[in-house]
Design a protein around this ligand. Structure first.
Ligand code: DAH
Length: 360
């Protein structure tokens, strides 16, 4: 029986040294497999005398069981060690800051932000959004707006003209959003309540002017829309947009060919150093032009001035963005400098709403 003891010692030593489940499997095959060392010895039982078998049988069975148990036990140890190693290797340090994705790093341009704010404010008042093309005909940009040929307002606009067509007409880059008024009145039956935000173009460039800029046009047409309604609408807009309790406004008589009467609107403000405070102080700041839509404009759109009337206004979006967010130089808006955008831009998921706060 000595050789069984030796065999057992060897097998157990090999099992102890096995470092992987594959190595264990190899030992199992070499010992308990069909041609394994223990199985071979089992086969020899048949050739033994009954006396020999009586002793060798239980000894061999005992060996077989112990080796089987030892393999299973070693397997458990190796499995636990493998799991331990994996857990260590895959540890996540939850105290580390979360790596930022595009939604954290990206910034919404202040112009887009202000357009979203305008949309939120006027949508709440029941306005819808209207749009028109950036490249306009002379008719929509001027004539229909009661600015006939040779009218001095044409010169004031520093218009970008396209080359003359064969028929002598020239397309223009729209100099204001007012042509969208015309397109809207032509296609929508009153009552009309729209705002028209968009790009506009004039050949002009300095700290507060860029050749491409943005305006938002407002238009209300129905049977009795009047100056009182206009004043209330603009007052509500200014309070909500500048996020102040009250804004004092001054309506100054002015002139636009497409409105009669026409007014320019100033809001009360105060300049303290570089800071501009809206709604308090002794200073006035011009922010928009407005008026009652001129009867000629209504007629040019196929509407009857004896039947319908209304008011309109136009605001420079870049200008009110600069005022609200304290950005001194308009040219920086269009430089595509990501440092500027990181500083003045807005987080993409902080959508402006009236209930959640416009710029919160
Ligand atoms: N279109 C004018 C401009 O660009 C702004 C404006 C003034 C629009 C008065 C209006 C308005 O609708 O009523 O200078």
């Amino acid at each position: 029986m000595l050789d069984l003891e030796q065999l057992e010692t060897d097998i157990l030593a090999r099992l102890e040294a096995a470092e992987s489940e594959a190595a264990l499997e190899e030992i199992r095959i070499e010992t308990l497999g069909k041609k394994g060392s223990i199985s071979e010895k089992m086969k020899s039982l048949g050739k033994m005398t009954p006396e020999e078998r009586k002793e060798a049988g239980p000894a061999l069975n005992g060996l077989k069981t112990r080796v089987g148990d030892a393999i299973a036990a070693r397997k458990d140890v190796l499995k636990a060690a493998a799991l331990d190693a994996r857990l260590k290797a895959e540890t996540v340090d939850i105290t580390q800051p979360v790596r930022s994705g595009p939604a954290d790093r990206g910034r919404v341009h202040p112009i887009s932000q202000v357009m979203d704010e305008l949309t939120a404010i006027f949508a709440d008042m029941g306005f819808s959004i209207a749009e028109g093309p950036d490249i306009e005909t002379d008719f929509y940009n001027f004539t229909a707006l009661n600015i006939p040929d040779e009218h001095p307002a044409r010169q004031e606009h520093d218009t970008f003209y396209f080359n003359e067509k064969e028929d002598g007409s020239r397309m223009v880059l729209r100099t204001h959003t007012s042509p969208v008024q015309i397109r809207t009145m032509q296609s929508v039956t009153p009552p009309i309540r729209v705002i028209c935000p968009g790009r506009t173009y004039r050949c002009d460039s300095d700290q507060t002017h860029t050749p491409m800029f943005h305006q938002v046009e407002g238009l209300v047409i129905d049977k009795e829309a009047n100056l009182g309604n206009l004043k209330w609408t603009l007052q509500e807009f200014c309070k909500t947009f500048f996020e102040v309790e009250s804004v004092e406004m001054r309506f100054r008589a002015s002139h636009f060919p497409f409105t009669e009467p026409s007014m320019e609107v100033d809001i009360r403000c105060e300049r303290v150093g570089n800071e501009l405070r809206i709604g308090e102080g002794d200073d006035w700041l011009e922010i928009l032009g407005c008026g009652m839509v001129h009867p000629n404009v209504l007629r040019n759109c196929g509407l009857d001035p004896d039947e319908v009337q209304g008011f309109a206004w136009g605001i420079g979006i870049d200008r009110i963005a600069m005022l609200k967010y304290g950005m001194p130089d308009l040219r920086a808006f269009f430089n595509a400098d990501t440092r500027w955008l990181n500083h003045y831009g807005f987080r993409p998921l902080d959508l402006p709403t009236l209930f959640g706060g416009l710029s919160a």
